[in-house]
Design a protein around this ligand. Structure first.
Ligand code: GRF
Length: 219
């Protein structure tokens, strides 16, 4: 079997996509190439994910996510972390940016910065992150390198709620990916990303059901 096409061992059962009274109002944060951001927007555009991306925030001027936002016609704000005196100061700015755009929940789609309680507490249970491992294994930087050197034979990706602790928080959804004997970091990364692009929109929809139900209960 072509290892590039090897199916995920376990995939979340993607059932009927939930519909909401009005589309989820999302903010997205990205630092890298932005493929997960685009996967979210593609799921919205094809009618699966009932949501709207109000704004993308990037922290690197030259990142691919910014180019994708321009091509997709999504508002993009640059917040260069080097221009803020502290992480907290930057997070206050992010909160203001998202609140000004009427964002109800935020997806960290490859955000390579530690966030603080300033941002986490502004979106309690409504701040999601995607990580390229089956958490709680291989937290932190270079999750794929860590897993390749550990000898495990299965890895994957996780979408979780963000707590004030790196790569921790209630798990929303996971997909597992086998590690093949001839795997390289690049090939494994590519296979994990295929699953990430399926997982992130679905996990956002699942979390969205919880956010909207909680909001309705609170009146
Ligand atoms: C993803 O692999 C995600 O798991 C990690 O950062 C990467 C972002 O990739 N947190 P992209 O920028 O979405 O292509």
């Amino acid at each position: 079997m072509d290892s590039e096409c090897y199916p995920a061992l376990i995939v979340p059962a993607i059932g009927t996509w939930p519909r909401f009274d009005s589309p989820l109002r999302l903010g997205v944060m990205a630092s890298g190439t932005g493929t997960n951001f685009e996967a979210l927007q593609s799921a919205i555009a094809c009618g699966d994910l009932d949501a709207q991306i109000r704004v993308l925030v990037v922290n690197k001027a030259g990142c691919g996510a910014r180019d994708r936002a321009e091509r997709l016609g999504i508002q993009c704000e640059l917040r260069d972390h080097r221009l803020f005196a502290s992480r907290e100061e930057m997070d206050h700015d992010l909160v203001r940016t998202f609140q000004n755009e009427g964002v109800e929940a935020v997806v960290m789609a490859g955000w390579m910065r530690i966030v603080t309680p300033v941002l986490i507490d502004a979106f309690p249970g409504r701040l999601l992150n995607i990580h390229p491992s089956l958490l709680p294994s291989f937290k932190g930087m270079d999750a794929i390198g860590q897993c390749l050197s550990s000898g495990v034979t299965v890895t994957g990706c996780t979408v979780h709620e963000v707590l004030n602790d790196v790569d921790a928080g209630p798990i929303v959804a996971q997909a597992a990916v086998p590690i093949l004997s001839d795997d390289t970091r690049d090939r494994l990364s590519r296979r994990i990303q295929v699953q990430e692009h399926r997982l992130l929109p679905w996990a956002t929809a699942l979390a969205g059901q919880r956010w909207r139900t909680a909001a309705a209960t609170q009146g």
